[in-house]
Design a protein around this ligand. Structure first.
Ligand SMILES: [Zn+2]
Length: 244
């Protein structure tokens, strides 16, 4: 599997958001989540043999490091019936620091058949080292506060969407929009582009679709950050983002 494609996803949602198990189904189903096959039905019911669910033990406030160690042992075994082994950590912000550090080891170099879903309402409570190794997806629950739009979000979304199947010519028009951004907002904008691109990337990965342009966009976000800290101007950054 391409090392740029995230195998670990932070799913920002409530614990009962059906999107969590929907994502697990997408990873397990050979068709990326058809909704109808054995993998999809069992995953959505939370009873798939290749789906391991880790949560806060009853009567406890934290997920102990032992739960993560057990997960690491399970991750060394091939999936029993489907194409992936999916590990879902519910309320992942309840992993205590040593559990998060143990988790870090497996998400740094996961076996290629493993997928990790960290569901949380508070991604800010996960260690930055954990966050940086995961793609971030947001659930669709209408009442979820994270849905409030951020400034420049639409533009970042459009840019990522174009790399997920749009025409290259349309990139130029977006590039002009990026050029109009104040330089002080560029760092946050680049981070937003990366987040949106990673979201789309995961959706395409589970559908086995081509991800090369999205991967390139994510790489160029890193280059843009370097350019920015080296003093590059807005036009330079806009041009770099639009040659994908
Ligand atoms: Zn299916």
């Amino acid at each position: 599997m391409n090392s740029r494609i995230p195998q670990s996803v932070i799913f920002v949602s409530r614990e009962d958001d059906p999107g969590v198990l929907g994502l697990a189904a997408g990873f397990l189903c050979a068709d990326g989540g058809c909704g109808d096959c054995y993998d999809c039905r069992r995953a959505r019911a939370g009873t798939h043999p290749d789906l391991k669910i880790i949560s806060v033990p009853e009567g406890k406030a934290e997920i102990p490091v032992d739960s993560v160690r057990e997960m690491i042992r399970d991750a060394s075994e091939y999936p029993a019936v489907s194409r992936a082994s999916v590990f879902l950590v519910k309320d992942a912000d309840c992993l205590n620091p040593s559990a998060q550090n143990a988790l870090l080891k497996i998400i740094e170099e996961p076996p290629e058949y493993c997928r990790f879903i960290l569901q949380t309402e508070s991604p800010g409570r996960l260690l930055p080292t954990v966050r940086s190794r995961c793609a971030m997806l947001r659930g669709n629950a209408a009442d979820f506060a994270a849905k409030t739009a951020q400034p420049n979000e639409k533009l970042a979304e459009s840019l990522a969407a174009l790399c997920s199947g749009g025409k290259k010519a349309d990139m130029l028009a977006l590039s002009f929009e990026v050029e109009k951004l104040p330089r002080s907002e560029l760092a946050a904008f680049i981070a937003l582009v990366r987040e949106k691109a990673a979201e789309l990337l995961v959706r395409r990965v589970i559908k086995n679709a081509d991800c090369s342009r999205l991967s390139a966009l994510i790489s160029s976000c890193g280059e843009c950050e370097e350019l920015l800290s080296g003093g590059a101007g807005t036009r330079h950054i806009a041009a770099r983002l639009s040659v994908i």
